[in-house]
Design a protein around this ligand. Sequence first.
Ligand code: GLP
Length: 262
Amino acid sequence: MRIVIEPDAAAVHRRAAARIAALIRRRPACVLGLPTGRTPLALYRELERLHREEGLDFSSVVTFNLDEYVGLAPDHPESFSSYMRRNLFERVNIDPAHTHVPRGDAPDLAAECEAYERAIREAGGIDLQVLGIGVTGHIAFNEPGSSLGSRTRVKTLTRASLEAGAAHPGATPDRPRLAITMGVATILAARACLLLATGREKAATLRDAVEGPITAQVPATALQLHADVTVIIDEPAASGLVRREYYIEMEQAQRRLESGGR
Ligand code: GLP
């Protein structure tokens, strides 16, 4: 794992956006896996800025979102579909036909999950999966106890996720209790993963995810099995890491290597 510790949240989002922009420039038809939540909001703002000011071209980019609430149609204001349109898709020149979010209102949920996995495969797989982390150590809606071999399926949300969702501005009290989510194995099948976390409230979870033993009780620990994971976090989120100093040295050495030095 490459652990990048930035001084503050703004720097985390700038760095993450720069990584995504570099991929889009190198591979205009790349496939991105995208998260929702509060963490990526500033990342999406920065991508919008890069599009507006530096001509970052999303016209061939393909996206797959991690999850969606069961029962919510794409045009429901609290659906992740609406979130994505509001916060990114309508702000850049992406082709709506290239964007994918599971249909929470699908009549046959199992068929929808299978179709989602198939669509990812047919797109050639995900090049870069961007992830946030929930306070219980979940990625997407792979709640504690999720099989590390899981694929896209319906999950029951934990009380913690329900409460976190309810704290979102505009959330209604009758938020759905189920979600369609990419599985842990779906996420691990991406060619590269980018995990973002900011704020002290993520420090303990992040320590468990990065330094704890691999366990389905903390699904984010499965990322330790992936050969290309970059974790970009701010100082408060890094404050619980036992090997914090080493990660800083490692990153300095890595940057020296990348600029041709030793
Ligand atoms: C939800 C989402 C996750 C997200 C997590 C953290 O559980 N399904 O994809 O990473 O919330 O959200 P936040 O960034 O708001 O802390």
